[in-house]
Design a protein around this ligand. Structure first.
Ligand SMILES: NC(=O)c1ccc[n+]([C@@H]2O[C@H](COP(=O)([O-])OP(=O)(O)OC[C@H]3O[C@@H](n4cnc5c(N)ncnc54)[C@H](OP(=O)(O)O)[C@@H]3O)[C@@H](O)[C@H]2O)c1
Length: 430
């Protein structure tokens, strides 16, 4: 019989446990696709005594996960600890430097150290698989790096964080405010006790930086991603979105412009009949637009033990077969020098919601502020009248530069009748 592929797994939490279960339950189908059995022989986690519901008899244990990198009884190392710093970072670099194939689900590590990791992999000839790092079970890494490799990609847009999509979907379906729905999501296990990484857009930005590097053949530049989360999205905005024929989604968007690559994560008004608008709950989806292929969309579960393990094991099957692609689709010395475009250079249509005191002249003042900043209006929405009280006014602009919009919002906020900072949401095709 062919020699099994011996796997060392560091991290036995949600994903690590899922990988061990998948390799046990689907051993036969995995072996058929891999051409040989794939067997976990060595593991590492923090707490050896913890009952994980996993059969670990006969499996070697390392207290120090970095020891897996040089353990000669291991053919491939899987890093499922997480975080962009040590021990995950030390383990992945040590394994690559030792020429050991590496598989990881760690988006933070790739977003922060992507180029250095690729250089280490190239120097030793080791492979680095990270299908599980973006959108869990959706095979978007392979799709961009291999399936769409012949295309010039113009744009990618994705729902990249299931927690945010769950919250926004629930706010829309139940007409509830952000804080209430977040509390429910935490009870259901869809949001962490400290949800900031998800709801402030950082997790989606890690994934977007990885996708943008692959799509545009350039070095990962996480620090160039413009990031806004969903804390400011209100039930009122969601209701207005519905009225205007939109849904609010947190999207990660990377777009090739005349001057470089734009990367941004923020809430978007997406036309309700567009494919991304209809991706609800914890689901993720990614749209890629290529010059020859046109538009491609993948949808599926972006997190959880099963979907993530599915992606990790797909990478292990590649290792077993000896299939290997450059980390970022091309050798690091062939990556393009396309610059990052700052958000100030963005241009698009905007939704703007104001809370104003309902009194004579307010609309004229707001229109004046927009005019003075060079912003032109496509439509305006105002319901009922409540003289002397606070009422919402919704404005939709024609295409406007971000810098003009910011100037207009500052002007509007200073108006006496405007009661709070306007809510501003960019309008994006799905
Ligand atoms: N969860 C998902 O749905 C999902 C989806 C896509 C990607 N990912 C990525 O997959 C990775 C793992 O996520 P997860 O959700 O499985 O995390 P998790 O449930 O928190 O598990 C982390 C594991 O790492 C171990 N660990 C932590 N610090 C360690 C240390 N210093 N030394 C040795 N072991 C250590 C923990 O050990 P103990 O068990 O002993 O505490 C635990 O087994 C992360 O990079 C995450 O971003 C997760």
């Amino acid at each position: 019989m062919t020699n099994p592929l011996r796997v060392g797994v560091a991290g036995l939490g949600t994903v690590g446990g899922g990988v061990l279960r998948l390799l046990r339950d689907n051993a036969e189908i995995v072996a058929a696709h891999a051409g040989r059995p794939i067997v976990v022989t060595t593991v590492s986690a923090r707490d050896r005594a913890r009952d994980r519901g996993l059969k670990l008899e006969g499996v070697h244990w390392h207290d120090d996960p970095v020891a897996l990198a040089t353990d000669t009884a291991v053919d491939v190392v899987v890093e499922l600890i997480g975080g962009s710093e040590d021990p995950a970072r030390a383990l992945v670099f040590a394994a690559l430097e030792a020429g050991r194939p590496m598989v990881t689900a760690n988006k933070a590590l790739l977003a922060r150290h992507g180029v250095a990791l690729a250089i280490a992999a190239e120097a030793s000839g080791a492979s680095l698989g990270f299908e599980a790092a973006v959108a869990g079970g959706i095979p978007i890494i392979k799709t961009l790096r291999e399936g769409l490799a012949a295309n010039r990609i113009r744009r990618i847009a994705g729902i990249l964080n299931g927690t945010c999509n769950f919250i926004l979907t629930n706010m829309r379906e139940r007409g509830r405010e952000f804080a209430d729905v977040l509390a429910d999501a935490q009870k259901l296990g869809y949001a962490e006790a400290d949800p900031s990484f998800d709801i402030d857009g950082v997790d989606a930005a890690h994934k977007l930086a990885i996708l943008a590097a692959l799509a545009f053949g350039r070095a990962v530049e996480f620090d160039a991603v413009h990031i806004e989360g969903i804390r400011q999205v209100s039930a009122l905005d969601i209701a207005f979105a519905k009225e205007l024929g939109y849904r609010i989604k947190l999207l990660g968007i990377a777009r090739r412009t005349e001057t470089g690559v734009e990367q941004r994560v923020h809430p978007c008004m997406v036309p309700e009949n567009s494919p991304l608008a209809r991706v609800d709950g914890v689901y993720n989806a990614v749209v890629a637009e290529g010059d020859f292929v046109g538009r491609v969309m993948l949808e599926g579960r972006g997190a959880g033990a099963g979907p993530t393990a599915s992606a990790v094991v797909a990478d292990l099957i590649d290792v077993a077969r000896g299939r290997r692609a450059p980390v970022w689709g091309a050798a690091t010395d062939r990556l393009s020098g396309l610059p990052s475009v700052p958000i100030a250079a963005y241009s698009g249509a905007y939704y703007l919601r104001l809370m104003v005191l309902d009194r004579a002249g307010v609309i004229a003042d707001v229109a004046g502020a927009l005019r003075d900043s060079g912003v032109s209006l496509e439509s305006m929405l105002q319901h009922g009248r409540a003289p002397g009280d606070a009422v919402p006014i919704v404005l939709v602009t024609h295409e406007t530069r971000e810098s003009q919009m910011r100037e207009a919002v500052d002007r509007i906020e200073r108006l006496e009748s405007v009661l709070e900072r306007p809510s501003v949401i960019r309008i994006e095709h799905g």
